[in-house]
Design a protein around this ligand. Structure first.
Ligand code: FES
Length: 433
């Protein structure tokens, strides 16, 4: 269920006062803006179209080169939404990130010198926007942006580009924050939204945020959010396609006895016990994929990449695989189920650590991995379908987004949820519990 934008807000945004000094023609940008590039300003045209629309892909990101590893890790360990280290966060965060930098640099060197997540995110966003320009002419042109939480382009860089491109700061315009984490966690999507809210406050004049009606009148960017999509049918199709392709690498006579091991990034138990929705949403994705595959293969969901000595959600992927292999179940397909493209956790942790260790235990190359979604045309079509529906229905966000974790004590969550829900809901008090 989603929350829809009241009509009067949309009509106000397209008011002729926003149009007076703007050129009427927009050429859809097919490439990402680079510093120094001349970009035409946003125009809300006067024929009833609601575009242009900024489509912002939010994700954690990854260092594109080994030189960026240190900055990436220091941002990551400073984020209490992702890795809660308690009152000593500001001391422990930098300490842990400094200690881990040399080891993580080697891992990125081993996967080709950097993370491919930026390349894939930009490609997916651009391809999706091309489809949206055809399917949703009323909000066209759709302009792709990427905002990473811990690596370039950071949220503030993306926001700067939006302003340079003519959105906001008195000129209005619509932007969709589209999480690339299909399953919602306050550690991932929640953290990205809190960051987006922070930079929106800083970069579009804080005084405007005292009063949403005034903000609207002054032409701030109007945000809506695609905050979760764990069982979207196109996403499930894309996963099922890649799993089927992996299963086809096994001889036909043993194919149905291959065990599917779905692997998602783990969470600290302190986050799980706070009531974070992620474990349930990941399980929903797994169940939907299994249904699409007709439950032909037995499966398990396991969790990877835990950091530090505190308790994290298990069973761990590496233990799960090792235990299966030791018991004689060597035919296993590993499926990254919570990320939309390759990253260090697939290319290094699964491919070079988990599978290597399984082979050392005697798996004989029978533990394999399903390809990540990356450039899958089925996946890109799914992104476009999801966004198309969101735009056509004038959704603000899912109704679920207004509900905080039962154990949440973070005032930023309350403020950012109120802000994003307030972008279209007149009375949101009851929704941000
Ligand atoms: Fe989940 Fe704040 S930690 S809503």
């Amino acid at each position: 269920m989603s929350v829809q934008r009241p009509l009067q807000l949309l009509t106000k945004r397209a008011s002729p006062s926003h149009l007076q000094h703007r050129p009427r023609i927009w050429q859809p940008a097919r490439t990402f803006a680079t510093p120094g590039m001349v970009v035409p300003p946003v125009t809300q045209n006067n024929t009833g179209a609601k575009g242009p629309t900024a489509m912002v892909f939010m994700n954690m990101g990854g260092p594109a080169t080994t030189d960026e590893v240190s900055g990436f890790l220091s941002r990551l360990f400073a984020d209490a939404d992702l890795i809660p280290l308690g009152p000593l966060q500001n001391y422990l965060g930098p300490l842990i990130s400094r200690r881990r930098t040399p080891k993580i640099k080697k891992q990125y060197a081993n996967i080709g010198g950097g993370s491919p997540i930026r390349k894939w995110s930009e490609y997916q966003a651009e391809e999706m926007c091309k489809i949206l320009d055809q399917t949703n002419p009323e909000t066209a042109p759709h302009k792709p942006y990427v905002a990473f939480r811990y690596a370039n382009p950071l949220t503030e860089e993306m926001y700067g580009r939006l302003l340079e491109d003519g959105f906001g700061n008195g000129r209005g315009g619509r932007a969709v924050a589209f999480t690339q984490y299909p399953q919602y966690s306050c550690s991932t999507t929640g953290s990205s939204l809190n960051e987006l809210w922070k930079w929106r406050q800083r970069m579009e004049s804080p005084t405007r945020n005292q009063n949403l009606e005034a903000a609207e009148a002054e032409g701030s960017i109007k945000w809506s959010v695609i905050d979760r999509w764990p069982t979207h049918s196109g996403l499930i199709d894309a996963f099922a396609e890649n799993i089927t392709a992996a299963l086809e690498t096994y001889p036909k006579e043993i194919r149905d006895s291959v065990v599917l091991v779905y692997s998602a990034h783990s969470l600290p138990m302190s986050v799980v016990n706070r009531g974070d929705p992620y474990p349930a949403e990941v399980a929903a994705t797994v169940w939907a994929v299994q249904q699409r595959l007709g439950f032909k293969n037995a499966y398990r969901l396991s969790w990877q990449s835990q950091v530090g000595p505190s308790a994290w959600l298990g069973a761990q992927t590496s233990d799960t695989v090792n235990n299966f292999v030791k018991k004689g179940q060597k035919d296993l397909v590993l499926i990254p189920i919570a990320f939309t493209s390759d990253h260090i956790e697939t290319l290094f942790e699964i491919d070079q650590e988990v599978i290597h260790e399984a082979n050392e235990l005697g798996a004989e190359g029978r533990v394999r991995r399903a390809e990540s979604l990356n450039g899958s045309p089925t996946f890109i079509k799914a992104l476009a379908n999801l966004a198309s529906e969101h735009l056509a229905n004038d959704e603000v966000c899912s109704r679920q987004m207004g509900l905080r974790c039962p154990g949440c004590k973070n005032e930023r969550c309350l403020a950012s949820k109120k802000f994003f829900m307030g972008q279209g809901v007149q009375n949101n008090a009851a929704l941000t519990l």
